[in-house]
Design a protein around this ligand. Sequence first.
Ligand code: BES
Ligand code: MN
Ligand code: ZN
Length: 498
Amino acid sequence: MDFNVKSAHPEKQRADCIIVAVSEPRRLSRAADIINQASKGYLTSLLKRGELEGKFGRFLLLQNIPGITAGRILLVGQGKETMTESAFRDLVARVALYLNDIPVSDVLSFLTEVEVKDRDIGWKIQQSILALRASQYRFDDFKSSKSKKIFSLKQMTFHVAHKKEALLGEKACEQGIAIANGIKLTKDLANVPANVCNPSYLAKQAKDFAKQHGKDIVSCAILEEKEMKALGMGLLLSVTQGSTTPAKLITLEYRGAKKSVKPIVLVGKGITFDTGGNSIKVPPHMVGMKYDMCGAATVFGVMQAAIELELPLNLIGVIPSCENMPGANSTRPEDIVTSMSGLTVEILNTDAEGRLILADALTYSERFQPAAVIDIATLTGACQLALGPYASGLMSNNDELAKSLLQAGQQSGDRAWQLPLWDEYHEALKSEFADISNVPFSDIGARTVVAGCFLAKFTQKYPWAHLDVANTATNAGSKRGATGRPVTLLMQYLLDIL
Ligand code: BES
Ligand code: MN
Ligand code: ZN
C-alpha cells in the first residue's frame, strides 16, 4: 500500500472513496460540510432522516453523490468532537477493516482534521498507517493453497491543510511505513512454528538481514556453544543442554553514527520453544510457546525500521537463542550453574529459563560500552495477570531511561507500565546453596517483578530497562498471532532520543 499527503478539495477529487467525519449530534466536519454544499444539502437531508447521528464507529457509504467527482463518500461517525487517543486508534482500525471489504483502490482521508486531544496531524497519520497495514497483515506461508487475499486498497492519501502540516505529514508517512515494515518482520518471524524457527533459523535470518543491508551498514556475528563455553555462559548453556538443536548467540550491529557514539543495545529473548524443560508445562500452557522468541523478533523489527529510516545512531541487537526442552541431559531442578558474570545460580525451576539466557546475554552486552541496554522478553505469564493485554511491564535501574520509555509508550499507543525493583523483592531470590536462585524457594507472588530483580543482578554496569511482553507480544483471547509489539514503542523511543 502506498501512502502520501496532499492538500485536497473534498468535492473535486477523483478518488474511489473519500472519508469524512461526522460527530455527535449530527454535526458535519469541515470536509463533510463542503461536500454537503457541493451536493446541495444531500448530507443534511440524510442526517435529518436519522441516517447518521455521528455515533462512534457508525459508517454510511454513499455512492453517486450529486456534484461530487469522487466515486464514494464514506461518512464516519467519530462520536465526540474532540477524540481521545484510544478512540481515534479504535476508529482508524475500524475504518481500515471496512475499507478492505469494499472495492476501492484509491482513498482520500479527511480524518486528519479530526481533533485528537494533544496530538498533531503527524500522530494521526502514523496511527492510520499502522492500522491500515495491520488490517492487511496475513500469515499464510504454511497454507497449501496460496489463494492470498488480494486487497483492492492500494493507495491512501491523507489531507493536509497547509505547508507545515504537509511537512509533518510526509515525515509521518515515512516513519509510519518504516515502523509498519518492522512490525511485519517481527510478526513474520514470530509466527513461524518452532519446528522451522529454531536457533539456527534465527541465525540464518540475521545473516541474511546483514547481507541484505550491506556490510558497512549492518554486521552480524554468531557465537556457537563452544564459544559460549569459553566465555563462561553457564546459564545459557544450562537451558540449551536438553535440546538437540544447538544454541546461538546472535549479534547484529547497525552503525548509523560515528564509532565514538555509544550504542543502544537491544537484547531479545530468543527461546524458540519453551516446554518448561524438566519443570514441564501442562499442555494448555505449552501452546503459544513458539512465541517465546518474540523479544528476538522485536529486535529484528526495530533494527529493520531504524535502518530504513537511516537513524543517526548506533544500535546493537543481541539475541540469545535456544530451545527449552526436557530430556536425558536437561537441567534438573536444584542444579547449580555459574553465570558469565561469576554469580552462581541454583535453578529451582527450569521453566524460568528466559531470565537465565538473558542474564548471560546482558553480561555479554557490557563489552559494547552501551549508552543503555533494553531487554525485551516474553518473561512471565504473571505479566498478563498484572496488566492484561494493554501495557507491557517495564522495570529499570535508571529513572531517566524508564521515563523516556513510558513517554514513548504513551505517545505511540504501544504503552508500558512501570513495576518496582525494591530490595524486598530481591530478598526472594536468596539461595541456601548458591549466590542466588532463579525463582524464590517459597513463592511470594509478584513473579514479573521477581524476574526483573533477577535480571537486575546482571545489569549493574549500565543504564538498563526490561520490557516484559508476555502479555503484549501476542494477541489476547481466542485471536492468535503476534502483534509486533513493542516495535512501535522502541522506535518512538529511538526517534525521541535523536
Ligand atoms: N515463556 C514463559 C512466560 C510466558 C508465559 C510467556 C505465558 C507467554 C505466555 C516463561 O519462560 C515462563 O515459563 N515463566 C514462568 C516463570 C515461573 C516458573 C516463575 C511463568 O510465567 O509461569
Ligand atoms: Mn519458561
Ligand atoms: Zn519462556
